[in-house]
Design a protein around this ligand. Structure first.
Ligand code: PMT
Length: 405
């Protein structure tokens, strides 16, 4: 996976030669709407059904086809396989499925699938008799047994005039299946706060912190990949907002609290990853403060504790806090777990890690210790995206435990 340090989802779309190849244009668009970056590889026979230029224009990248004619890079198939977070073969013909099942590597697609270390998704499309044929069904079973995900075809009228199972899955459903890694949070509403808050002093100045939103946005993306309906309440952040997630932009802690309280009543899980300013100026000065004296005192008053206010509700969702600490990490986090009556807290060391990286605020990496009332789990330094996946898995596990006991 090449993008372990950012939050973009890289999808390598492999188009093979069937009539449904024209649908690959729509697949690219839909994936882009979900914030994915799409690159395309196509077989020569796919080009009989859709033009390379179309897929190049839509994806915004060159379309790869021939192992030996490239932009001068000899190991393009390996580079592409490493770049991808997910590889999607759509449409996948009976011939390509057979090649994959037999471990053949005689063109760009079959070769890069052999070299892939990410999940490969195969969306078959063919005549219903070809689909039903035992040879194809055996090949599909072989691929499933190897961990390749099969996006099953639909039934209905076929391009050949016959009717049956074998049509490429409808694009919306296909993309939804591709973008769902698991169903551990299927049907759950997850509300997440992310980023900093800004507390205005006057029209041009504010108090804030270095939170970028990366951790909260990564959690949102992973919660969605786990099947949840996700609402993010975000403080000011420069990050792109992936589609498929509901975003509400706010500025101050008070605005963040209002937005959270609007969403949280029917939520199953609340994750408070935002770095909310603990204090705000007691008074907002209507005009820019002039530099008239050597010192300036600004009186601060406490902001609401959003997380504590949510966890104390009678219908509180499963509450997960974060604790950004520079010292006594576990001890301080455990105090917050208890005082704020949380189900779980993610203790987040902020500063320079043992490997010399800046972690926590505004970095792509993090290292956390997760505490529940009975357990402590350490997650060593990794990208925020990778950690978010582990955190979401643990949240889902503990949510299930709480609701089954
Ligand atoms: O955004 P990034 O650049 O990716 O950085 C990620 C992060 C370091 C900001 C994130 O991982 C993190 O640790 N967020 C919580 C930071 C924080 O405010 O910690 P705290 O210990 O001050 O607060 C404890 C918990 O109470 C947090 O869940 C916080 O969201 C919540 N809180 C705090 C104060 C307040 N007034 N209201 C709150 O809800």
């Amino acid at each position: 996976m090449s993008n372990s340090n950012d939050l973009t989802l890289n999808i390598l779309l492999c188009v093979t030669g069937g009539i449904a190849a024209y649908k690959s244009a729509d697949i690219i668009r839909r994936l882009q709407e979900h914030g994915a970056v799409v690159r395309v590889v196509m077989t020569e026979s796919a080009e009989q059904f859709i033009g390379k230029v179309t897929l190049q224009a839509l994806s915004g990248h060159p379309v790869y086809q021939n192992m030996f004619i490239s932009d001068g890079r000899v190991m393009e198939h390996i580079d592409l396989a490493r770049w991808a977070d997910k590889i999607l073969l759509a449409p996948a013909t009976a011939n390509t499925i057979s090649k994959l099942a037999n471990g053949q590597a005689d063109d760009m697609i079959s070769t890069l699938c052999l070299a892939a270390d990410c999940t490969v998704y195969v969306a078959p499309s063919m005549n219903h008799a070809m689909w039903d044929n035992l040879a194809t069904q055996n090949n599909i079973e072989t691929l499933r047994a190897r961990g390749i995900k099969i996006i099953s075809p639909d039934s209905g009228d076929q391009a050949c005039g016959e009717t049956g199972e074998g049509r490429l899955k409808e694009t919306g459903a296909l993309v939804a299946e591709l973008l769902t890694d698991s169903t551990i949070l299927a049907g759950k509403k997850v509300v997440i706060t992310a980023g900093p808050t800004r507390e205005a002093i006057d029209p041009v100045r504010y108090i804030s912190n270095h939170s970028s939103g990366k951790m909260g946005y990564a959690l949102a993306q992973q919660a969605r990949l786990a099947g949840a309906k996700v609402h993010v309440i975000s403080g000011p952040s420069n990050l792109p907002q992936p589609a498929g997630i509901y975003f509400k932009n706010v500025t101050s802690a008070n605005e963040m609290q209002d937005a959270v309280l609007e969403q949280v009543n029917d939520a199953d899980i609340f994750i408070s990853a935002a770095a909310v300013a603990d204090y705000r100026p007691a008074e907002y000065i209507d005009n820019k403060i002039k530099k008239s004296s050597d010192t300036l005192e600004i009186k601060l008053i406490k902001n609401p504790d959003i997380l504590a206010n949510v966890s104390s509700k009678s219908n509180a969702p499963f509450c997960v806090g974060f604790a950004a600490e520079t010292q006594n990490l576990e001890e301080n986090a455990r105090i917050k777990l208890t005082n704020k009556n949380l189900d779980m807290i993610v203790a987040n060391y902020v500063g320079t890690s043992s490997s010399g990286n800046d972690i926590g605020f505004n970095s792509d990496k993090n290292s956390v210790t997760i505490l529940t009332k009975t357990n402590t789990v350490n997650f060593p330094e990794a990208s925020k995206n990778q950690l978010a996946k582990q955190i979401i898995n643990l949240i889902a596990e503990n949510y299930e435990k709480k609701h089954s006991s």
